[in-house]
Ligand binder design. Structure first.
Ligand SMILES: C[S@@+](CC[C@H](N)C(=O)[O-])C[C@H]1O[C@@H](n2cnc3c(N)ncnc32)[C@H](O)[C@@H]1O
Length: 318
């Protein structure tokens, strides 16, 4: 779906030992919006395209938009985060609930030995939390003798900004729009690679990964880009998908717009309803919604507005 036309290819697969599969038709204009009584290509979309027909339409629009010039607003968001990158960690620490959220997600999903993709990886707070948590589970040999014998887990914190000995029990890749933010994350040593660019342009051609996560970044995407990103994430993740959906209040956007540029470029989209309708009721085939929890998420110091978010944990059904 990386900006390609929609095409269906029919392949006849003979019984084992009775010949090779043969392509019998390539149809560049398939009938994909048939009334429910017809069960041809539509069946494939209903059964295997995450989010079904509404998600397909949004994905086609998003794919088409990829051909156009990069969006000016997205560029401006990247510049804002470039400017914010050196002070981001200190600024968010008192107003960001994510350390607790990361901790509970990492306790629930077995990331050990897995490949992980993080969308909008920022300065690498999730990666640093992952390193800390893995070290609590299997402390490096030099630390294991001096570690507490009480069995209590140390709480996760902001984590070191400088390179730590890389925990090789997971393989973490990021996608990040802002080069400034990506540079900070790469210095932590928690990420094997951080792709610099937009999630919507990179995710169609990357992967697969065992696990995919996205924390407080999807609200920067348009509804079409959000849908395409979720569709692709469900297709690419082999074991789990964890996303936080920020419930951006109207008052937040109104204040940003009133402030004018550059703040007005940072308006957010509230994707809760798309998320529920397309991806939760029911979840895509082969997936279960293992956990869904609302949290107080963060407070914008400049706008003085609090934002709640819902963390969705999807797991592949075995
Ligand atoms: C609020 S920060 C959250 C960063 C990180 N996930 C965390 O929890 O600390 C949002 C991040 O998403 C990035 N971002 C925004 N739009 C993006 C896009 N279209 N593609 C990739 N990254 C994007 C921003 O540059 C920023 O680093």
């Amino acid at each position: 779906m990386a900006g390609q036309n929609w095409t269906n290819v029919d392949i006849r697969v003979p019984r084992p030992g009775q010949g090779e599969p043969v392509v019998i038709e390539v149809n560049p204009m398939p009938a994909i919006f048939l009334p429910p009584t017809y069960d041809w290509e539509d069946h494939t979309i209903r059964e295997s395209f995450p989010g079904g027909h509404p998600a397909l339409i949004n994905t086609l629009i998003a794919s088409h938009m990829l051909w156009r010039r990069p969006c000016e607003t997205t560029k401006a968001v990247g510049e804002e985060f470039d400017n914010f990158s050196s002070t981001y960690d200190e600024a968010v620490e008192p107003v960001y609930q994510h350390f607790r959220i990361f901790s509970s997600v990492i306790s629930r999903i077995n990331y050990s030995k897995g490949t992980i993709l993080e969308l909008g990886s920022g300065t690498g707070l999730f990666g640093r939390a992952l390193v800390q948590k893995m070290q609590q589970i299997t402390p490096p040999e030099s630390e294991s003798e001096s570690s507490s014998e009480s069995g209590d887990e140390a709480p996760l914190s902001l984590g070191p900004k400088k390179k730590t000995p890389q925990d090789r029990s997971f393989d973490l890749t990021g996608i990040e729009l802002s080069k400034g933010m990506a540079d900070v994350s790469q210095k932590t040593g928690a990420y094997r690679k951080v792709h610099i660019g937009t999630v919507q342009s990179i995710i169609p051609t990357i992967g697969p990964f065992d696990h995919i996560v996205a924390f407080s970044m999807l609200y920067f995407l348009t509804p079409e880009d959000f849908t395409m990103t979720m569709v692709r994430a469900f297709q690419l993740a082999r074991k789990s998908l964890v996303v936080s959906i920020d419930k951006i209040p109207d008052a937040y956007n109104e204040k940003l717009i009133k402030s004018g540029p550059p703040a007005s470029n940072m308006v957010g989209h509230n994707h809760l309803s798309i998320m529920e309708k397309m991806f939760c009721n029911p979840p895509p085939n082969g997936w279960k919604l293992a956990n869904k929890q609302q949290h107080w998420g963060w407070k914008s110091p400049s706008m003085d507005i609090e934002v709640y978010l819902t963390v969705y944990i999807f797991e592949r059904q075995t």
